[in-house]
Design a protein. Structure first.
Ligand code: ATP
Ligand code: MG
Length: 250
């Protein structure tokens, strides 16, 4: 077991309002970690601290430490490099109004890759990695916005993979998808997890149970409990975790 991300004594305030309270967490490399908890407990806020997506919010203050591969990400100025290493997939597919090909090639192009053959290869490998290649290979030059929501979300994952990240953060990536697309995205997560460290926020307990190795339960800005997923769902140590997973609140 090796630790990819280490969070120590992390506090986060929006103005006066404390959204994260002294969070300590080790996130293991090449595992899927699920973040669960009721609405407003700080899951998205926490996820965004892992690649500094909160940086631009006004009146925010962050204390404590987040280390990726042993480096304190808040001590480095290279946020672009950080976000390349720690990619993110959002709740709603957010493709650009351009072709499928150009969406996936966009990041690598910005990073200076111009050679067409190299780009073709990255696009194909990324779409294959995101389990969407067969569905789109004959329409790569058509608008990405013509795809279904579930297809768009997998192209979003392909776009993230194209940047060759080491960590992928996902904030409720399937909440806007139908059950079949959800299953496809879940399968895809299972298939790629050996190559990436994945942190996923989900409101769907079955999903957390199906796809994650570790589960973290948040409540009111506190990290209440973290353990192997099967332990959290069968034998939680904290009464509040038990109440939540058995549907007594939240
Ligand atoms: N940009 C912001 N400015 C001020 N307060 C915020 C901001 N974003 C979130 N908050 C507050 O921080 C707390 C945690 O919000 P967060 O979005 O992290 O919760 P969440 O667990 O992701 O909820 P949900 O399950 O509904 O997505 C909430 O009280 C929320 O109102
Ligand atoms: Mg959220």
């Amino acid at each position: 077991m090796s630790i990819k991300i280490k969070v120590e004594n992390l506090d986060l305030f929006y103005g006066e309002n404390q959204a994260l309270k002294n969070i300590n967490l080790d996130i293991e490399k090449n595992k899927v970690t699920a973040l669960i908890g009721p609405s407003g407990c700080g899951k998205s806020t926490f996820l965004r601290t892992l690649n500094r997506m909160n940086d631009l919010i006004e009146n925010i203050s962050i204390k404590g430490k987040v280390e990726v591969d042993g480096e304190d990400i808040y001590k480095s100025d290279d946020v672009i490099k950080l976000r390349t290493k720690v990619g993110m997939v959002f709740q709603k597919p957010n493709l650009f109004p351009m072709s499928i090909y150009d969406n996936v090639a966009y990041g690598p192009k910005i990073h200076g890759i111009k050679d067409k053959k190299t780009l073709d290869k990255i696009v194909e490998e990324s779409l294959k990695g995101a389990a969407i290649w067969d569905e789109v290979k004959d329409r790569l030059k058509t608008s990405a916005l013509g795809l279904s929501g579930g297809q768009q979300q997998r192209v979003c994952i392909a776009r993230t993979i194209a940047m060759k990240p080491e960590v992928i953060l996902m904030d409720e990536p399937t909440s806007a998808l139908d059950p079949i697309s959800t299953l496809k995205v879940e399968e895809l997560i299972q298939n790629i997890k050996n190559d990436y460290t994945i942190v996923i926020v989900t409101h769907n307990m079955q999903q957390a149970a199906r796809i994650s190795d570790k589960t973290v339960f948040f409540l009111n800005g506190d990290l209440v409990e973290v353990n192997d997923t099967n332990v959290i769902f069968t034998n939680p140590k904290d009464k509040r975790t038990e109440d939540y997973i058995t549907g007594r609140f939240g």
